[in-house]
Design a protein around this ligand. Structure first.
Ligand SMILES: Cc1cc2nc3c(=O)[nH]c(=O)nc-3n(C[C@H](O)[C@H](O)[C@H](O)COP(=O)(O)O)c2cc1C
Length: 303
């Protein structure tokens, strides 16, 4: 069997398949359906300094080959996470990674600093790309200055692996990735959701309470793949690719485009064991093609 382990700077993953934030709860919810320790990393729900109610319902709508959501980072805040969730998940034998969001650089940094104290959380993923919140969120991820300000503030107070999650709702994603790298990010992950909309013509209303939402699922995959390819050529730090992955061949496309690892989001709603199936499918593909390690196909796209 080909070796599947990869490194995101100092973070060692037993295989390159992780779950995407907001689509896999805290992992525990899926424990009856999938062996959690078989996943390369679990990126838990978005966490903020203070509790957030999220947006009004409806906040999800199905679209062709995808879905829109405007959940709006509903969570009970970082202290609740540290005191109540962390004790339940710290024993899971994989990389448990917290997705952090905020409304100012200080907000992000304070939240990150509290998570820095948790021994069994080896990394955070900074969400500077949430399209569904009014204050902060995506606003930081759409300019180089905004992205730099958050990464700089967090880097000063967080010394473990720092992954920055990028927004696709920008003109030049490579520039934003370079700005994050320059401020000390260990890795960038992309993409978060693409801003979209769906209208119920009988009611003449949007299908989402706040009008717009974030598009995810297979429909976004070609856009995500193109952006991962662009970013992987622009930075030296490892890139984590996501957006519409639901099969091993989808994941292999991202790896060939230059991603060191991948995340799977919306596909977990269709098949809660999809991560393990994708992991095994990558292994089988490598064996059939005579590769001894998954690292042989990272960035292996030919001109
Ligand atoms: C219901 C839902 C909730 C999400 N919540 C978060 C979140 O809290 N933080 C975050 O960074 N991304 C969040 N995302 C975005 C996903 O992590 C991922 O970037 C996006 O869905 C694209 O991947 P996919 O096509 O595999 O789902 C959410 C996505 C969905 C569908």
């Amino acid at each position: 069997m080909a070796a599947l382990n990869v490194n995101i700077n100092n973070l060692e993953l037993k295989n390159p398949v992780m779950t995407a934030s907001g689509t896999f709860g805290y992992g525990l919810e899926f424990a009856d359906f999938v062996p959690l320790d078989g996943i390369g990393g679990i990126i838990v729900k978005g966490t903020t300094l203070s509790p957030r109610e999220g947006n009004d319902y409806p906040r999800m709508a199905e679209t062709p080959h995808g879905m829109l959501n405007c959940v709006g980072l509903q969570n009970k805040g970082v202290d609740y996470f540290c005191n109540n969730i962390y004790p339940q998940i710290k024993g899971i034998d994989t990389n448990m990674i917290v997705n952090v969001s905020g409304s100012s650089p200080d907000d992000y940094a304070e939240c990150a600093a509290r998570i820095n104290t948790l021994e069994h959380i080896p990394a955070i993923e900074l969400n500077i790309s949430c399209p569904n919140v009014k204050d902060g969120g995506m606003a930081f991820g759409v300019t180089c200055e905004g992205a730099s300000s958050v990464v700089r503030a967090v880097r000063a107070r967080y010394d473990k692996t720092l992954i920055v999650k990028l927004s696709p709702n920008v003109t030049n994603i490579a520039d934003i990735a370079r700005a994050c790298e320059a401020e000390g990010a260990d890795s960038v992950s992309l993409i978060n959701t693409l801003m979209g909309m769906s209208i119920d013509i009988e009611r003449r209303r949007s299908r989402l309470s706040i009008g717009t939402g974030g598009l995810s699922g297979p429909a976004v995959k070609p856009v995500a793949l193109r952006m991962v390819w662009q970013v992987a050529r622009a930075v030296k730090i490892p890139v984590i690719g996501l957006g519409g992955i639901s099969t091993a061949s989808d994941a292999i496309e991202f790896l060939m485009a230059g991603a060191t690892a991948v995340e799977i989001g919306t596909a977990n709603f269709i098949d809660p064991a999809v991560t393990i199936k994708v992991r095994d499918g990558i292994g089988e593909w490598l064996d059939v093609h005579g590769c001894s390690s998954v690292t042989e196909i990272i960035g292996a796209l030919k001109d």
